[in-house]
Design a protein around this ligand. Structure first.
Ligand code: GA4
Length: 345
């Protein structure tokens, strides 16, 4: 059966299995730098291991997520709607995008976290502790990667050119917990208390041409860098060319997937393309992922790193503030190539 909705178009798709780069952050530095640059140029994506985020920090956050998503829908809705922060289910953004996903979106500043926690957890202090320690540790990894990137790009005198944007107290970074209930739930009595507690009745409406159920539709992340970890249930795919999808397996467990975002594409003057990705729903098991979207402060001006504009390299995108870019992001559909609005013709 082929189902078309206004959120998906019919076109043929191919799945290609490729070994994606896995980078050991504790390996010899110059090798790590080379590998990261290569991965960012070729894929806009890689995985990191030996990242230094303590496993208990990850598992504590995972437990909080599981506990929340296992609650009855009406309780979860107390933490919503996501406008854009808070609990959301199926609706993504405000332009009509939908997916078979429920989520919590939080701003990472202390105010953003404490504002919502009261309605997310019966033990807000515990929840807040899990979130803040997770964000702090993962932000540190993001900074380390950005500093290695700066070195690899030939900006050795100012290796914090990227990382200082996200270390800034006013950084607009966002934390997201995603829960993709399995398809079999559509036939199950959802009143049973389980981690899979979700009403997945309408799942065929979010199908693509190959009748896969779309959890989160294809898009690039607007920010600088995204670090994502998941449980051992797959579904994430990246795309380097239209209609060809590369599955990303969730192993090694507790590794982080790193995605180049639109702002990094602009700052590298197109050298590191932001990577299109999506999530397909698993038929039997629930996927849960946790993502930190590392962003600049709203007022930060985004321009290519000057060192990357030498010689014949013409500036590809006009400069913009993150506030301006974020506004464009929310005014357009999920799958929009929003960076093209900023292209210098
Ligand atoms: C994609 C990346 C992040 O999850 C996110 C998403 C945001 C949202 O869910 O509120 C957006 C989406 C994301 C890009 C286009 C707009 C905004 C939903 C949407 C349709 C939090 C982000 O920053 O951009």
């Amino acid at each position: 059966m082929v189902v078309a909705t206004n959120t998906t178009s019919i076109r043929s798709e191919k799945i290609r299995h490729i070994e994606l780069p896995i980078i050991d952050l504790k390996a010899e530095k110059s090798e790590v730098v080379k590998k990261i640059v290569k991965a960012c140029e070729e894929f806009g994506f890689f995985k990191v291991i030996n990242h230094g985020v303590p496993s208990d920090v990850i598992s504590r956050m995972e437990e909080e997520g599981k506990e929340f998503f296992a609650k009855p829908v009406c309780e979860k809705q107390q933490a919503g709607p996501a406008n854009p922060y808070g609990y959301g289910s199926k609706n993504i953004g405000i332009m009509g995008d939908q997916g078979e996903v429920e989520y919590i979106l939080l701003q990472t500043n202390p105010l953003g976290i404490s504002e919502k926690t009261q309605r997310i957890s019966t033990d807000p202090m515990k929840f807040r502790y899990a979130v803040t320690s997770y964000i702090e540790a993962v932000r540190e990894v993001a900074c380390e990667i950005l500093e290695l990137i700066s070195e690899g790009l030939g900006v050795p005198l100012d290796t914090s050119v990227l990382s200082r944007l996200i270390r800034d107290v006013e950084s607009d970074s966002v934390f997201r917990l995603n829960h993709y209930p399995p398809l079999k739930d559509s036939n199950k009595n959802t009143s049973a208390s389980s981690f899979h507690h979700h009403e997945n009745q309408n799942s065929t409406s979010n199908c693509n041409s190959n009748n896969r159920v779309i959890g989160f539709g294809e898009h690039t992340d607007p920010q600088i860098l995204t670090l994502l970890t998941s449980n051992d249930v797959g579904g994430l795919q990246i795309s380097l060319e239209d209609g060809v999808w590369i599955p990303v397996n969730p192993q090694p467990i507790s590794s982080f997937c790193v995605f180049v975002g639109d702002v990094l594409e602009a700052m590298t003057n197109g050298r590191f393309p932001s990577v299109r990705h999506r999530v397909i729903v698993n038929r039997v098991e629930a996927r849960m992922s946790m993502a930190l979207f590392a962003s600049p402060p709203l007022h930060a001006k985004i321009s290519p790193i000057p060192e990357l504009l030498s010689g014949n390299n013409k500036k590809l995108f006009r400069s913009f503030t993150w506030a301006e870019y974020k506004k464009t992001t929310y005014a357009n559909r999920l799958g929009e190539r929003r960076l093209s609005f900023f292209m210098i013709l």
